[in-house]
Design a protein around this ligand. Structure first.
Ligand SMILES: [Zn+2]
Ligand SMILES: [Zn+2]
Length: 147
């Protein structure tokens, strides 16, 4: 059995759904380059590596269905550290990117604001950046405004 067959087998065994990921990322917040990236052999391997050592559950709500791997940063794309990634369910992943779109944020900032609003990281760090603290305040005030 070749290496790629082994990976596909692993993905099937662990219920890693590449199509769902691609569908989610087929939205304007991801540049075309990123879509190509998500179909790459590299990304498949990275996901396998990630789930070998980390739980397959949403970081925000803990569900284990429809799990996506979110990039906290694209700085190391093609050579990510596992800490550049975070597991989110499809719902919370969409929510994070809709926050990103609404406030036109870099993904790093959007992730920080979203996780703070979800109560997953302290607001302390955010408050060092007044602009982000303001975004968080605004987001919490009108959580579902454009949904
Ligand atoms: Zn979730
Ligand atoms: Zn994402």
């Amino acid at each position: 059995m070749g290496n790629s067959e082994r990976i596909v087998e692993h993905m099937e065994k662990h219920n890693i759904d590449i199509d769902e990921l691609i569908e989610l990322f087929s939205t304007p917040w991801i540049p075309a380059e990123h879509k190509r990236y998500l179909k790459s052999h590299h990304w498949r391997l990275k996901k396998v590596e990630y789930f070998e050592s980390r739980p397959r559950a949403c970081y925000v709500c803990g569900v284990t269905e429809k799990i996506h791997l979110h990039h906290r940063t694209y700085a190391n794309i093609w050579n990510e550290d596992l800490d550049d990634l975070i597991t989110l369910c499809n719902v919370h992943h969409s929510e994070l990117h809709s926050l990103q779109n609404r406030f036109n944020l870099m993904v790093e900032d959007a992730t920080d604001v979203y996780l703070a609003c979800a109560g997953k990281v302290g607001f302390g760090e955010l408050k060092k950046n007044r602009a982000l603290a303001k975004v968080a305040k605004e987001y919490l005030k009108r959580p579902n405004d454009d949904d």
